[in-house]
Design a protein around this ligand. Structure first.
Ligand code: 4AD
Ligand code: MG
Length: 452
C-alpha cells in the first residue's frame, strides 16, 4: 500500500516503514549516497529519498535516475538532520517503473514559460505552478458544493446539448450527428447546440425545488482571443425562487468570500507559491476581499464616474453602451480598490430574461467586478411577468413557440426569482493570480487551439 506524500508530511510518523510512488524531480550524489527528491502530486512538497550502495540496483539504476522517471520507493521514514525538510525516507528498495529520457524530456530544472508549457499540456501538470493550480481547482470545486449544499441548495444537472440559446448572443456551437448525408439539424428534430449557460433549465428546477445550482461546462463560439475568454469553460449557476436582486447580490458576495477563505485555509502551501512567484501580495489581496464589504453602484453611476475620470479609454463611454473590460477594471482597481457590484444596466444591452425595472429603460442585472479580472459574476433577477417577458422576447426576435416551456413557468405559479453565473476559471485566475485563463483549466479550448 502506498502512502501519499501529503499525509506523510502532515503526520511525520518517523520510524515507520512506508511505500511511496511518484516521479523523480532531482537527484544529487555525494560519496556513495544519492539524495532523490520524489514528488507524487498530492502536495507541492517533494519527499527526500536517501539511497546508497546497499541497494542492489544502486550502481546500475539509482545513480542514473533522471528527472521525470517514475519510481516506487520503500523504506523507513526518519527525522532529517538537514535543513529544508523534517523527514526523509531511507530507501531499501527503489523500483524504476518508467524511464524518462533526459535527452528528450521537455521539463528540465530551469523555469519554463507558461507559453511553452501550453504546448505540452500533457506534461505541464508536473510543474510546481500547474500542479498547484490543479489542486486549487479541485479544492475550489469541492468548496462550491460545500457552500451550496450547506445552505440547502439542490444541485441540478442541466443539459449540455440544448435547443435554447440562453444568452441570445448567437454564440452556440452547433451539434450535428456528423453522419455522412445526415441532415445537419435533424438529429433532435431541430437545430441544437452546446449550452452557453444552464440558467434557463435551472430556472425550471428553482420553480419546483426552491434553491438550486448547476455547475458544469459551458461553451461559447465567440472569437474573443483574450486572457479571460475560453471557448469551453465551467460555470456555477445558482437560481433562487422567491428572491430578488438584493438577495442575489448577498448570496454572491457570501459565496465569493466563502470560497476565498476555504482555499486559503485548505491549500496554504500552494497559495504561498502563487503569492511568492505569480502575484506578489496575492494573499493580502484575497484576505482584504474577505474582510471588506463589496462596493455597489448602478450602471448609470458607473457611466458618470467613467465620464469624469481623468483617464482616456480606448472604447467610448456613453449611457447605453456596454462597459468594456478597461472600464470595469478602472472602476474596481482604481476607483473602489475592491470588488464592485454594478447593477441596473440598460435593457437594450442585456438578454431577454432579465427583469425590467420601473420606467422600462433598465433591467435588474448585476455584474461583480474584481481587481485584475473585471467581470467574474454576471446575473440578474428574472422577468417573472408573462406579458413583459413576451414583449421582451418579441423585441429580441425570439421565436416564442420554441420557448413556450419557459413562458409556461410564468403562467403556472410564477414567482420572483434570481440567479447568477460565476465563471469558474475567472475565479481560479483571481485566486491564483495567473495572468492568462489558459493556465487555470487543464486543457484550454480557444479559437484555433484544442490540441488534445
Ligand atoms: O455573464 P454571463 O454571460 O452570464 C450568463 O451566462 C448567465 N446566464 C448566468 C446566470 O445568470 N445564471 O456569464 C457568467 C460568467 C461571467 O461573469 C464570466 O465570469 C464567465 O461566466 N464567462 C466566461 N469565462 C470564460 N470564458 C468565457 N468566454 C466566458 N464568458 C463568460
Ligand atoms: Mg456577463
Amino acid at each position: 500500500m502506498k502512502t501519499r506524500i501529503k499525509n506523510i508530511l502532515q503526520e511525520k510518523g518517523t520510524g515507520q516503514r512506508l511505500t511511496i510512488t511518484g516521479w523523480v524531480r532531482t537527484r544529487r550524489d555525494t560519496g556513495g549516497f544519492s539524495f532523490i527528491e520524489v514528488g507524487d502530486g498530492s502536495c507541492l512538497a517533494n519527499l527526500q529519498v536517501i539511497a546508497d550502495s546497499r541497494l542492489t540496483n544502486y550502481d546500475s539504476e539509482v545513480k542514473h535516475l533522471s528527472t521525470g522517471t517514475s519510481v516506487i520507493v520503500e523504506g523507513e521514514l526518519k527525522e532529517s538532520p538537514a535543513k529544508g525538510q523534517a523527514v526523509e525516507i531511507h530507501a531499501d528498495r527503489i523500483e524504476i517503473v518508467g524511464h524518462a529520457d533526459p535527452e528528450t524530456y521537455p521539463l528540465q530544472k530551469k523555469r519554463h514559460s507558461f507559453e511553452f508549457l501550453r504546448e505540452i499540456s500533457h506534461l505541464r501538470p508536473r510543474t510546481n505552478a500547474l500542479g498547484a493550480v490543479g489542486r486549487v481547482r479541485s479544492r475550489l470545486s469541492y468548496a462550491v458544493h460545500q457552500f451550496f449544499q450547506g445552505r440547502g441548495f439542490i444541485q441540478v444537472h442541466t443539459p449540455i446539448i440544448t435547443t435554447s440559446d440562453c444568452e441570445g448572443a448567437g454564440e452556440m456551437f452547433q451539434v450535428s450527428s456528423g453522419k455522412p448525408g445526415a441532415k445537419e439539424d435533424h438529429f433532435f428534430g431541430r437545430a441544437a447546440g452546446l449550452t452557453v449557460s444552464g440558467q434557463l433549465q435551472a430556472e425550471v428546477y428553482a420553480l419546483a425545488l426552491g434553491d438550486v445550482y448547476t455547475f458544469g461546462p459551458t461553451f461559447r463560439a465567440e472569437k474573443s482571443n483574450t486572457s479571460r475568454h475560453l471557448a469551453e469553460f465551467w460555470m456555477i449557476e445558482p437560481e433562487m425562487a422567491f428572491c430578488d436582486l438584493k438577495g442575489n447580490m448577498q448570496i454572491a458576495e457570501e459565496m465569493l468570500k466563502y470560497l476565498l477563505t476555504d482555499v486559503m485555509t485548505n491549500c496554504p502551501e500552494d497559495m504561498e507559491l502563487f503569492d511568492k512567484f505569480i502575484e506578489k501580495g496575492l494573499l493580502k489581496k484575497l484576505q482584504d476581499v474577505v474582510d471588506q464589504e463589496f462596493a455597489h453602484i448602478t450602471y448609470t453611476e458607473a457611466v458618470d464616474r467613467l465620464k469624469s475620470a481623468k483617464k482616456t479609454f480606448e472604447f467610448p463611454v456613453e449611457w447605453g453602451l456596454d462597459l468594456q473590460s478597461e472600464h470595469e477594471r478602472y472602476l474596481t482597481e482604481e476607483v473602489f480598490k475592491r470588488p464592485l457590484t454594478v447593477t441596473d444596466y440598460p435593457a437594450a444591452i442585456k438578454p431577454f430574461y432579465m427583469r425590467v425595472n420601473e420606467g422600462g429603460k433598465t433591467v435588474a442585472a448585476m455584474d461583480i467586478l474584481v481587481p485584475g479580472i473585471g467581470e467574474i459574476v454576471g446575473g440578474s433577477q428574472r422577468e417573472e411577468r408573462y406579458d413583459v417577458l413576451v414583449s421582451r422576447m418579441e423585441q429580441a426576435g425570439i421565436n416564442l413557440a420554441d420557448y413556450q416551456w419557459y413562458l409556461d413557468l410564468r403562467l403556472y405559479g410564477s414567482v420572483p426569482h434570481a440567479g447568477f453565473g460565476l465563471g469558474f476559471e475567472r475565479l481560479i485566475q483571481f485566486v491564483t493570480g495567473m495572468a492568462n485563463i489558459r493556465e487555470v483549466i487543464p486543457f484550454p479550448r480557444t479559437p484555433g487551439s484544442a490540441p488534445c
